[in-house]
Design a protein around this ligand. Structure first.
Ligand code: TXA
Ligand code: MG
Length: 340
């Protein structure tokens, strides 16, 4: 085992391991850790140099702000200029959990985050992760943790410690291996600074769940992939979350699979139905339950990339808003590489 990958109990994380990880964070270094969505690449959110190392390790453009992770609502309140009633209601219902709130950032305070965290913008994205390792690590460190997904920029987010290692290698100082992350796709991002609040990234918490808590919200359109300005939520960049193989979403996968095979391509298939085994095709069956499917999706894409497929054919996901986040990630993953 590599010295910088430590196995940790996901439900009852060992205190000694948490202490070691917190010590590394306190030194301004990077720790990858599991959350209930995907693995995060963490640094002390109050330390400009530490956060700069995240951008370096990921190859992330500096106009893409990072999410700040907190253990308590009170910790979030210290980082913002305003805590609207909507934030109070949403955090009461969904925190800790996979909902990231964009709020006006607090300026000129001892405890405020440096500009690099927010990409110089006036808002800050905050969430409290529902994973014992993440929560205990934040508490042990004693400061909020800035953490984007622990992958090279524009690659698929990691749902296992091995994915982190493959993507970031020695670029991370410690990886806490808490097994597979249960959620499987990134948090829902909701902007509370606009009226009505605006969904910037669909995720495991659905618009219906949000609207039943705070009333109507707006759903964002896509932003241009070539935008060089401060991005409203750069997770909305067209090509994001992409495997190396070309990904195509198809109504009828078998027809396309035959075409690709006849061109001599190595083909992987993600389907919701069992398909007959066919030589030369690697077939992965996904759950027809949206939440279960989300938990499987990235691991399946990582697997097909590891198998060096040329093309991945995915059957169109079912209808219904619980599938929005999966459709969203598949659409982004299917954008042509030149749109990167
Ligand atoms: O589930 C998750 O959210 C994972 C885990 C590790 O917490 N994190 C994650 O981080 O997906 P990242 O950096 O890969 O995605 C963060 C998203 C990006 O789309 C980013 O643009 C957006 O949040 N974001 C961050 N700060 C923002 C801000 N101030 N305003 C608008 N969007 C923001
Ligand atoms: Mg990411």
């Amino acid at each position: 085992m590599l010295s910088h990958l430590l196995q940790i109990d996901a439900l009852h994380p060992e205190v000694e391991l948490l202490k070691e990880a917190a010590r590394i964070l306190q030194q301004g270094k990077l720790v990858a850790f599991p959350t209930e969505t995907v693995y995060g690449l963490g640094a002390n959110a109050l330390d400009e140099n530490a956060v700069a190392r995240i951008f370096e390790a990921k190859g992330r453009p500096t106009n893409n702000p990072v999410i700040v992770h907190v253990a308590e609502v009170a910790e979030a309140q210290r980082l913002v200029a305003d805590w609207p009633e909507t934030a109070a209601r949403l955090t009461e219902r969904f925190w800790p959990g996979p909902l990231t709130l964009v709020l006006p950032r607090r300026h000129r305070e001892l405890l405020s985050v440096p500009d690099i965290v927010t990409a110089g913008g006036p808002t800050i994205a905050i969430r409290s992760p529902a994973h014992p390792v993440a929560l205990e690590l934040i508490r042990m460190a004693g400061f909020p943790i800035a953490a984007p997904s622990a992958n090279r920029s524009s690659e698929i987010s990691p749902t296992t410690a091995q994915h982190v290692l493959t993507s970031l290698g020695e670029g991370v100082d410690l990886i806490l291996d808490g097994g597979s992350t249960p959620g499987g796709i990134e948090s829902t991002v909701l902007d509370l600074t606009s009226d009505p609040p605006r969904l910037l990234r669909p995720g495991l918490i659905t618009p219906g769940e949000i609207e039943s808590t705070i009333g109507p919200i707006a759903i964002s359109g896509n932003v241009g992939h070539d935008s060089e300005q401060h991005l409203p939520s750069p997770g909305m960049l067209s090509r994001h979350y992409a495997p190396r193989a070309t990904l195509v979403i198809a109504e009828d996968p078998p027809v396309l699979v035959e075409q690709l095979l006849s061109q001599g391509k190595r083909v992987g298939v993600l389907d919701f139905l069992g398909m007959e085994a066919r030589s030369g095709v690697k077939h992965i069956c996904l759950s027809t339950h949206a939440k279960e499917c989300a938990a499987q999706l990235y691991a399946a894409l990582h697997q097909l990339d590891a198998d060096a497929m040329d093309a991945i054919v995915v059957r169109y996901p079912p209808r219904g808003e619980e599938w929005d986040a999966i459709r969203d990630r598949l659409q982004r993953a299917s954008c042509p590489a030149e749109e990167k």
